[in-house]
Structures are given as C-alpha cells and as structure tokens.
Write a protein that binds this ligand. Sequence first.
Ligand SMILES: Nc1ncnc2c1ncn2[C@@H]1O[C@H](COP(=O)(O)OP(=O)(O)OP(=O)(O)O)[C@@H](O)[C@H]1O
Length: 286
Amino acid sequence: MAYLELQNVSKGYGPPSNRYEVLENVNLSIEKNEFVAVIGFSGSGKSTLMSLLAGLEKPDTGKVILDGEEVAQPGPRLGIMFQNYSLLPWLSVAGNLEIAVKQVFPEMPKKERAEYIQHYIDMVTLTNSEYKKPAELSGGMRQRLSLARTLAMKPDVLLLDEPLSALDAITRSVLQDEIIRIWEEDRRTVVMITNDVDEAALMADRIVPLTPGPSATLAHSYPVELERPRDRTTLNFNPDFKKLRHEVSGFLMSLNEDAKSLKFNNELTLPDLQPKDFRTHYTTVG
Ligand SMILES: Nc1ncnc2c1ncn2[C@@H]1O[C@H](COP(=O)(O)OP(=O)(O)OP(=O)(O)O)[C@@H](O)[C@H]1O
C-alpha cells in the first residue's frame, strides 16, 4: 500500500458561474522514503497540490491519504515549506526556529534546544544572523530560514514548494546536498516542487510533470535510475542523465505547445457586426 496518496483529487476556485478548475482527477502514489519531484509550469496548480497534500485545503472530490488515513487537516507529520516563506515577522531567526521546535519537541531541554536550533541555523548558513528579524533578511536568507524551520520540525513527509528557487547557484548546490543528506539519514518522504529538470534529476527518485492548467493533472512518472550518491560534477557527462533530461524537457516542451494551441483554440470569435454610423441617424442638438 502506498504511504502518501492522492486519489482522484480535483480542486477549483470560484462560484459555479465563474469556476476555475485548477486540478482535475489527480492521482499519485508515493512510497515511504521516496523522493518525488513535481515539475510544472507557472500557475499550473503546484502550490494548490502542495496545500492539498498538507491538509491546508480540502479537495472538491477525491481524497488525500497518509499512512492509511485521510488527511483532513494540517498536522506535524506533514511539514510544508511555502514559497512565500510564512515567517513570523516579530520574531528573530532563532525565535522563528524556536517556536516551531518547541511546538514539536516540547520536552526538549533548553540547552539541547539551543544547540539543536544553532545546528539548523549553521546548516542553512545563517550563522551570525540569529538575532535578525525576517524584514532584515534577503529573499534567499528568508527562504533558507523557512527551509531550516521545516527541516528542524522533522516531519514524516517534507513538502517543499520550490525551496531553492531564490538562491544563487552555490548556496543552491549546498542546500540541495543538505536536503538529500537529511532525506537519506532520517529516511523521510519528500515531495518537492521545482521548475528545474536538472535539480529534479539530481535529487529525486521520480519526476512527475504537472500538465498546464486549467484542469491540470499529473502526467506519467519518469523514474530516476541514477546511482546514489549522485555527483553533480560528473552527472552532465552521464548518458543516462542526459537521456532523462532530454525526455523530460521534451515532454514539458510538448505540453507547452499543447497549452498554447489550447489557448489559441479558446480565443473568442466575435460576432460579425458593423458599427452604425450614428451621424446618419441622429441629428445633434444646439
Ligand atoms: N485561493 C484561491 N482562490 C482563487 N484562485 C486561486 C486560489 N489559489 C490559487 N488560485 C488559482 O489557481 C491557479 C493555480 O495557482 P497555484 O498557486 O496553485 O499555481 P502554481 O503552479 O503554484 O503557480 P506559481 O508557479 O506561479 O507559483 C492560479 O490560476 C491561481 O490564480
């Protein structure tokens, strides 16, 4: 039996007269300890998919199942890292971590908690920024803090919504390795959204494209059968990696073409009416 599952999930927004169907009939089965990368276009419904997995949104139809039980609300087993960071603005870097750690590990002694928090601050290279508030951090620093907070809570399932998108290439590589290390050591289950095929192939066991919206759905999976540990420096020369990248990118490009032609076909045809020349019908007053 799958560990985490989306069963025929559909979700839309708006009243029936003006409904926007974001996701339609989405099915996904994830094994325990699996690392799945979902890749898709902007606005296709990736964050909506994450919110459904996290129990923050309810599907209109279908079910989300974790470990045999329906996910009805958010809980500590499902840790989501949002794209918009959702940090508490009145708390420092350390404070944002502390409130999360206290919530999940209320019994942890104070000294151990301080060390634990420092470990995560160092991991995401925010050392010496412990007392800064979120408003004093750059976008990338906020993203790293948000990642540290999600990782420190040690949820069974890590739901990462484009966790590394705002980072420079070097920090991005460091944190990619860190996420892989945590996933391997702690044997978590990970669902990560990314728009980067190379990142997905480097990190995941499986890549699942999301088709463009409206009514987006998950396409067939691409298993990533590259040996671990994966070395980013040699991966570019690996024929299996090149083949996978070519296949996934080609599929995404074909989806994009389909989406464009869909939009073209959806263009409104206006009625063939000629405007009346009002001057010939009405005389002006005065
Ligand atoms: N609460 C909401 N109410 C109404 N429409 C919504 C709501 N949340 C999302 N949408 C719409 O659903 C669609 C998908 O949004 P979503 O944020 O899930 O996409 P995304 O793939 O994560 O986008 P991006 O890549 O730009 O972050 C968009 O058209 C968006 O406007």
